[in-house]
Design a protein around this ligand. Structure first.
Ligand code: ADP
Ligand code: ZN
Length: 293
């Protein structure tokens, strides 16, 4: 049986795993993200005796995912300075000689759900993670969307709620989704971490107000067949009914599809028990093996 290597590269930890074609994870370990060379050395050590046929990498970004670009595989303008302009892909290729495929962490999660999870068989789907930041992975016609860089849809601009005085946490935009909705924004707005605010109805009403605005924009621009919501903040399950209701209100009947008529199955939680990213990386490895373009 072929064994695939999967790497979910994050700013605080690197999840390394081996898996099978059907998404089964065989072995998994987590390595703290320190300096680039040290970290890559440890990743290479993990994979050295695993007999992997290829490696899929789902990484934090921004990252150059354009094949043929001179900086293909490079981590770009990250606040983690040691990693800025570090070519993760070529550093791994120097140490591990198997075909590799690299994409963003959120595209990886999107691909995991598309291949093995609740979006199986759908042609177009989006995956929104709301955690330390907000990121959006987009699959269109079965392929992950890149464009000139890759979507940075966590930074779409939203209408501020008239009763929300919070100035936003994003240093670039006073009213972007990440700055208003991510875990650190909730914590700063209310002075308590999000998971301690479970019973505060007003917190989740406001959160749903913002998330629903973003979903409406994505529904109108990308026409996804499903919207999957993951990340730490979405562990607050009471958000789902609030988001569905608000999305419906904001769409205001303008778009009528079978999918939107079935909101319960349209806006859904991630289905792979927080393994969607690493399982997506397994699928990236399968693409690498087959020389995906
Ligand atoms: P990351 O985005 O760094 O990969 P997470 O998706 O776990 O990690 O997101 C971390 C953020 O999510 C933190 O801001 C944390 O406060 C928030 N968070 C984690 N668990 C919960 C929870 N159960 N309820 C609400 N917020 C949570
Ligand atoms: Zn922003």
């Amino acid at each position: 049986m072929k064994i695939y290597g999967a790497l979910e590269a994050g700013g605080t930890k690197m999840v390394c795993a081996t898996g099978l074609a059907d998404g089964t994870i065989l072995e998994q370990t987590s390595i703290p993200t320190t300096t680039p060379d040290d970290t890559v050395e440890k990743i290479a050590d993990f994979f050295s005796d695993k007999g992997i046929v290829s490696l899929g990498i789902a990484t934090f970004g921004p990252v150059d995912v354009k094949k043929g670009s001179p900086t293909y595989g490079c981590i770009l303008n990250t606040p983690k300075l040691a990693w800025q302009n570090y070519n993760l892909l070529s550093a791994l290729k120097k140490r591990i000689s198997v075909p590799m495929e690299i994409d963003t962490d959120v595209n990886g999660s999107c691909l995991g759900e598309l291949t093995f999870g609740c979006a199986k068989g759908l042609d177009s789907v989006i995956y929104i993670t709301i955690g330390t930041g907000v990121g959006v992975g987009i699959a269109i016609n079965g392929k992950l969307m890149h464009g000139m860089l890759h979507p940075e849809a966590g930074h779409i601009l939203l209408n501020k709620h008239p009763d929300d005085p919070y100035p936003g946490k994003c240093p670039f935009h006073p009213n972007c989704m990440e700055g208003l909705c991510a875990g650190p924004a909730i914590e700063e707005r209310y002075g308590k971490p999000a998971f301690e605010l479970s019973d505060r109805q007003d917190v989740w009403e406001l959160e749903a107000y913002y998330i629903a605005q973003a979903i409406v924009d994505f529904v109108c621009t990308l026409s996804p067949r499903k919207v999957i919501l993951g990340g730490g903040v979405m562990h607050q399950e009471q958000l789902f009914p609030l988001i569905r209701k608000k999305t419906k209100e904001l769409l205001n009947g303008y778009i009528e599809t079978a999918e939107l008529a079935d909101m319960e199955n349209y806006i859904v939680p991630a289905s792979l028990h927080d393994d969607q990213g690493i399982m997506g990386a397994v699928q990236l490895a399968k693409w690498a093996e087959n020389g995906a373009d």
